[in-house]
Design a protein around this ligand. Structure first.
Ligand code: GLN
Length: 282
């Protein structure tokens, strides 16, 4: 028997399986992400919004809509990275700091909200209506330096980092944010600015102890930006030794450090002749 098969157009329409619906995808991803993230639902939403190239609000307005295969594949790839412990900032490529949207890559530490306290303290030392020279040592993505430069347009901010790759990210951030009063110089701590002096020096140096268990969760970030010897104070010792010569009279040095390092940092600074040492807790 011969039967001619006629083309049935209804078969051309792809029937979306339920598991590709936005609401189901979010539920499933949230459940899985809960093992690695304390913001699992938010992470899932941000990754999904990115995979479909829509604002997050779109997800709430269209819970029953199904993803096309390409978007689903994009989402799966991002989800796998997050499940492997990669920070959201590296997956999305951006992180907000001091209301500035910064580009970040694995060449830089992900800026932390706690570090906004360092910016806040630095701004109290930098006049709004007069010029001043500010130095940020180990700038990474440029977060601290850019926030200060933005808030104090009359200041001249210099930012150093030993990593050329990190500085490239910082430079791009300055360009993107159109912040002109900032310059970047590659080099080891104060080495590239030895001939100059500053009113304010800031730094968020590496300060985690090399054997700290917390490092496991930070395995995607550059180790050199996180650890500084057994007691975590190696970088701070360098700053305490070298920054005094770079300060103008009445200048201040502001350093971020770990919660348990208060006494160690104070002792290190005293050894190098620093006075009026104060500790602020975030
Ligand atoms: N605050 C970071 C952390 O413990 C460390 C940042 C640093 O070493 N500067 O996750």
């Amino acid at each position: 028997m011969y039967a001619k098969r006629t083309h049935n157009h209804s078969l051309d329409r792809t029937i979306m399986p339920d598991h590709l619906q936005i609401s189901a995808i979010l539920e499933d991803a949230t459940r899985r992400l809960a093992t690695v993230s304390d913001s699992a639902r938010l992470d899932a939403e941000l990754l999904l919004a990115r995979a479909i190239d829509m604002p997050r609000s779109y997800l709430f307005a269209h819970p029953d809509e199904a993803l096309d295969e390409l978007a689903a594949a994009r989402f799966d790839a991002a989800l796998e990275r997050r499940l492997a412990g990669e920070p959201m900032a590296y997956i999305t490529g951006v992180r907000e700091f001091w209301s500035l949207e910064l580009m970040v890559t694995p060449a830089t530490l992900v800026p932390r909200p706690e570090t906004e306290l360092l910016v806040d303290l630095a701004l109290r030392e930098i006049p709004r209506h007069a010029d001043s020279d500010v130095l940020d040592l180990g700038t990474g993505s440029g977060a601290i330096a850019l926030a200060i430069a933005k808030e104090r347009p009359l200041s001249r901010v210099t930012a150093t980092d030993i990593s050329a790759e990190a500085l490239e990210v910082a430079r791009q951030n300055a360009r993107q944010l159109e912040i002109p009063n900032i310059e970047f110089i590659a080099g080891d701590w104060t080495q590239p600015v030895r001939e100059r002096t500053f009113n304010v020096i800031v730094s968020n140096p590496p300060y985690v102890c090399s054997g700290d268990d917390a490092l496991d969760a930070l395995h995607c970030e550059p180790r050199s930006a996180l650890t500084a010897g057994e007691d975590g104070l190696d970088a701070i010792r360098i700053l305490a030794r070298d920054c005094g010569a770079l300060l103008k009279p009445g200048g201040v040095l502001l350093i971020e450090h770990g919660a348990e390092q208060r006494d160690g940092v104070a002792a290190t600074l005293q050894e190098h002749g620093w006075s009026d040492i104060a500790c602020h807790t975030d």
